[in-house]
Design a protein around this ligand. Structure first.
Ligand code: ATP
Ligand code: MG
Length: 412
C-alpha cells in the first residue's frame, strides 16, 4: 500500500512519479513501469534542458510518495531510469530459464567466453565477455550475503554449459560453494576448499602462464575463480604477486581470473585488482565502500538490494539482476565418471628459488619422497592423510598407493 492508499498498480505508480516530478518543476515523460524480479523501472525522458541531477535529487521523495522501500535514479543511454524497490513480499528470483529466454529474444550471438550475467534494469541481458580486451578478468565484490558466490557459480556454470571441455575451469572457495561442479567435464581440477591447495593451484597456473608465454599458446581458455581472496593471502602473502602477474599477463595466453572478495582493499590482492577494469559489485554497507569497491563515484552500491542485485562496472556502471541457479540446472551439465585432476606442485617447492628446485623447471611434483610416501602407507596412513601430509592430489596419491601395493611393500 502506498502514499495514496493504492495497491502497487503500474498505472498508479507511473502517475505518482509523474506528478511528483511535475510538482518539482521537472519536465519529463514517464513510461509505464517494467516489472523486474526485485524492482520496477520507469524510463523518464526529459525535454532539452532537463538536468539528470534534478531527477536524482528527487529519489527519496519518489520513494516516499510511491510507498516503496527505496528509489534510485540511473543514467542510461536510453534516458533516465527510475528504479523502485519492490516490497519484500513481491520480490522474486530471476531463474536461469528466464534469463536465457531474454538472451534468445535479444538475438545477440554470444562468443564462447561471453556470460550473460543478468538482466539490466531495462530488462535486457547484460554480457560479461572475458574474450573482450576490456574485460579479460573480473572482480566480484560486495558485502556478505550480497550474492558473490552465487554470481561466481553462475559464471562457472555458464562457461561449463556453453563450452564443455573446450574450456578449463578452476575454482577455489573456503566454503563448499562450488561442490556442484565436482566432476564436471569443464573443470580441469576438482573445486578446492583449502587455502594451501589453492596456493598450489595458483603455482600451477603461474607455471602454465610461463609455459604458454614461451610456446605462444592461448588454448584452451582457462578461467580460474578465486573466491574469498583474503583467506588465501592470509596463508600465503606471496600469492598476491602471482595473482598480479596472471592479471597483467594472462589475457594474451588465454588465462582469465575471477577474484571474489568482500571488499577491495589492501588485504585483497590490490595489485591484481588494479588490473581488473571489469567489476561485479553487489550490495556494500556504506557509501565509502561503494566508492572503493566500484572504483567510481556515483555508483551507489550501498543502495543495492542484495540477493543478486549488482552493478557491472567497466567504463560505465550497469545495474543488473543476477539469476539464481536451481537444482535442476545442474542436471544439464556434462559430468565425467572420474573428475579431471591436475598434478599440482608440492607446497614446499612453491617458494623455493628456481635453481634450488629439484626436477628441472616445471612444477611437476617430481620432488616428492616416494620412500616416505611408501613408509606412510605401510604404517597404515589413509589416502586422505597421505594427500594432506605430502600435498598430493587424489589421482597421484592413489597411483602411489597402487604402486606401493604392487611393489609388495604394502601390508594389510
Ligand atoms: N541472484 C540471486 N537471486 C536470489 N537470491 C540470491 C541471489 N544471489 C544470492 N542470493 C541469496 O543470497 C544468499 C547469499 O548469497 P552468496 O552466498 O552468493 O553471498 P556472498 O556474497 O558470497 O556472501 P559471503 O561473502 O558471505 O560468502 C544465497 O544463499 C541466496 O539465498
Ligand atoms: Mg561467498
Amino acid at each position: 500500500m502506498n502514499f495514496y492508499g493504492a495497491q502497487y498498480d503500474p498505472h498508479v505508480l507511473r502517475e505518482i512519479v509523474a506528478i511528483e516530478l511535475r510538482a518539482s518543476g521537472v519536465n519529463v515523460a514517464v513510461t509505464l513501469p517494467k516489472s523486474l524480479p526485485q524492482v520496477w523501472s520507469l524510463l523518464a525522458r526529459g525535454a532539452f534542458g532537463t538536468k539528470p541531477a534534478a531527477v536524482k535529487a528527487l529519489a527519496d521523495s519518489i520513494a516516499e510518495k510511491t510507498g516503496v522501500d527505496a528509489a534510485s535514479v540511473h543514467q542510461t543511454r536510453h534516458g533516465l531510469v527510475i528504479v523502485l524497490a519492490k516490497p519484500a513480499d513481491l520480490r522474486r528470483t530471476l531463474s536461469t530459464g528466464e534469463l536465457l529466454r531474454a538472451v534468445l529474444a535479444s538475438g545477440r550471438r554470444l562468443g564462447r567466453l561471453a556470460v550473460p550475467v543478468g538482466l539490466s534494469i531495462l530488462g535486457d541481458p547484460v554480457l560479461l565477455d572475458l574474450a573482450d580486451p576490456v574485460s579479460p578478468h573480473a572482480a566480484i565484490l560486495g558485502a556478505t550475503g550480497s550474492g558473490k558466490s552465487e554470481m561466481a557459480r553462475w559464471l562457472l556454470y555458464w562457461l561449463a554449459y556453453r563450452n564443455g571441455p573446450a574450456v578449463q575451469l578452476l575454482a577455489y572457495s573456503p566454503k563448499p560453494d562450488y561442490a556442484d561442479l565436482y566432476g564436471c567435464a569443464a573443470m580441469a581440477h576438482p573445486p578446492i576448499q583449502s587455502p594451501g591447495e589453492a596456493l598450489r593451484l595458483l603455482a600451477w597456473l603461474t607455471a602454465e602462464l610461463d609455459r604458454r608465454m614461451a610456446a605462444g599458446a592461448a588454448d584452451p581458455p582457462i578461467v580460474a575463480m578465486y573466491d574469498e581472496v583474503p583467506t588465501l593471502l592470509a596463508v600465503a602473502p606471496d600469492a598476491d604477486g602471482m595473482l598480479d602477474r596472471i592479471a597483467s599477463a594472462g589475457r594474451a595466453v588465454g588465462i582469465h581470473l575471477l577474484l571474489g572478495t568482500q571488499q577491495a582493499g589492501k588485504d585483497a590482492a590490490s595489485g591484481a585488482m588494479a588490473n581488473m577494469p571489469a567489476r561485479l559489485v553487489g550490495r556494500v554497507s556504506s557509501g565509502t565502500l561503494a566508492y572503493v569497491t566500484s572504483g567510481k563515484s556515483g555508483t551507489e552500491a550501498d543502495k543495492l538490494l542484495g540477493r543478486g542485485d549488482f552493478y557491472l562496472v567497466r567504463h560505465d556502471a550497469v545495474r543488473l539482476q543476477a539469476p539464481l541457479l536451481g537444482l535442476d540446472d545442474w542436471e544439464r551439465l556434462p559430468y565425467l565418471l572420474a573428475a579431471n585432476e591436475l598434478d599440482l606442485p608440492v607446497a614446499a617447492d612453491i617458494f623455493q628459488p628456481a635453481g634450488a628446485r629439484r626436477g628441472g623447471s616445471g612444477w611437476n611434483a617430481s620432488t616428492i619422497d616416494r620412500d616416505a610416501v611408501a613408509a606412510a602407507f605401510e604404517e597404515g596412513a589413509t589416502l586422505r592423510a597421505v594427500m594432506e601430509q605430502f600435498g598430493l592430489g587424489y589421482t597421484r596419491a592413489k597411483r602411489l598407493q597402487e604402486q606401493c601395493m604392487e611393489a609388495g611393500s604394502w601390508s594389510d
